[in-house]
Design a protein around this ligand. Sequence first.
Ligand SMILES: [Zn+2]
Length: 89
Amino acid sequence: MTCEEAQRSMHYHFDGDDHLHVRKARAHAASCTDCGRHVMDLEMVEQGLRSLQKFAAPPGLRDRILEAVREVPQKRPLRGTGGLMTREQ
Ligand SMILES: [Zn+2]
């Protein structure tokens, strides 16, 4: 297995596919400095993606918020409060 083949196969691992190619690639990476480094890079990217997913808004949330905001009656600041207090129009 060449380095190129190994590194291509490693991407399957991150899709959750425990394919024979992946096992071969892991065995290769264990004895190859370049590919071992490539595995670490992939793991860092995967960790980054996981932490992003934790904070990512679910699809459609933005639209639902914008829709809800449109339905809220507009308020205007009371005079002399510096806009801290509001009153229904
Ligand atoms: Zn290699």
